[in-house]
Design a protein around this ligand. Structure first.
Ligand SMILES: C[S@@+](CC[C@H](N)C(=O)[O-])C[C@H]1O[C@@H](n2cnc3c(N)ncnc32)[C@H](O)[C@@H]1O
Length: 273
């Protein structure tokens, strides 16, 4: 007969996680031990973590903007740096704003913005089935609507020209750089969540090309990028007919392009005879 494993102490678990390469081993040990569960289930979770699965996927949640957000298997884990994009979006939002979260993953960005701005009308889209299911679980209880498909394709036509705030943390890692990502991302997050094509900006360019049609006059599009992508990303956004500025945060180690649609319809200059 085998004896069921007994709970390790925090110190023993920290050493085990550290030996497996977990940088924040002490914090992770505390989180794993805080989950009420049997010793056998705890051991299974530890074994997954030691094998390299992202902690948040094992726990089933992540803390984002101070909120506990559900994370499903195979869904991109929201990064802390993306809190900067949400905070910038909150500064630009008014109560009741119509918000679109493009490439929503867990849906964390929309949920977090909804906790900062009263009464938003939240719409989210993603192409990946596990992400859509996860966004549904996290946003539908709050009144969010969720669509599955390629970028704007699944949106109801009546949203065209009505979106005040568009959140777009879409894939922006250049294909060649995927191999350099930490194993948690490289081995456990689907390629569709990470791969931004040759220069990382292929999805962003498609977003920028179509955003103007969907934004309300004066509406804003916020896109997270890598520090070295600012010039090419700004070009892509202005080519789509929006004005653009780039903001950075040292605290979050994040860079965001904020693009805006003109508040008034553009009137073409007429030649005066
Ligand atoms: C980097 S992850 C970010 C997820 C979420 N926005 C966040 O910050 O946690 C990018 C997301 O975009 C989705 N995605 C990639 N290409 C897409 C496309 N063409 N149309 C819709 N969603 C897409 C992926 O499935 C993934 O969930």
């Amino acid at each position: 007969m085998t004896t069921p494993p007994s709970s390790p102490s925090a110190a023993a678990l920290t050493s085990r996680l550290r030996a497996a390469g977990c940088v924040f081993a002490e914090d992770e040990a505390r989180l794993l031990l805080s989950v009420p569960q049997s010793d056998a289930d705890l051991e299974a979770m530890i074994a997954q973590r030691v094998a390299g699965f992202p902690l948040e996927a094992i726990l089933g949640w992540v803390v984002f903007c101070g909120l506990r957000i559900g994370v499903g298997p195979g869904v991109f884990v929201p990064r802390q740096r993306t809190e900067f994009l949400v905070r910038e979006a909150a500064r630009l939002s008014r109560p009741g704003a119509v918000v679109l979260d493009l490439g929503s993953g867990t849906g964390a960005l929309g949920v977090a913005l909804g906790s900062m701005v009263d009464g938003i009308e939240l719409h989210s889209t993603d192409i990946d089935t596990p992400a859509v299911a996860c966004t549904r679980r996290n946003t539908e209880p709050l009144g969010g609507r969720v669509y599955q498909g390629d970028l704007f394709a699944p949106l109801p036509p009546e949203l065209r020209g009505r979106i005040d705030i568009m959140l777009a943390n879409v894939p922006y890692v250049p294909t060649d750089a995927i191999d350099l990502l930490p194993p948690e991302a490289r081995d456990h997050e689907p390629l569709v969540t990470l791969d931004g094509g040759l220069d990382g900006l292929e999805v962003l360019r498609r977003v920028a090309a179509e955003a103007t049609d969907w934004l309300a006059p004066g509406g804003s599009l916020l896109i997270e990028i890598g520090d070295k992508q600012r010039a090419a990303a700004t070009d892509a956004v202005t080519a789509g007919g929006l004005t653009a500025r780039v903001v950075d945060s040292e605290e979050f180690y994040a860079t965001v392009v904020i693009a805006q649609k003109s508040p008034r319809p553009v009137v073409e200059a007429r030649e005066i005879a």
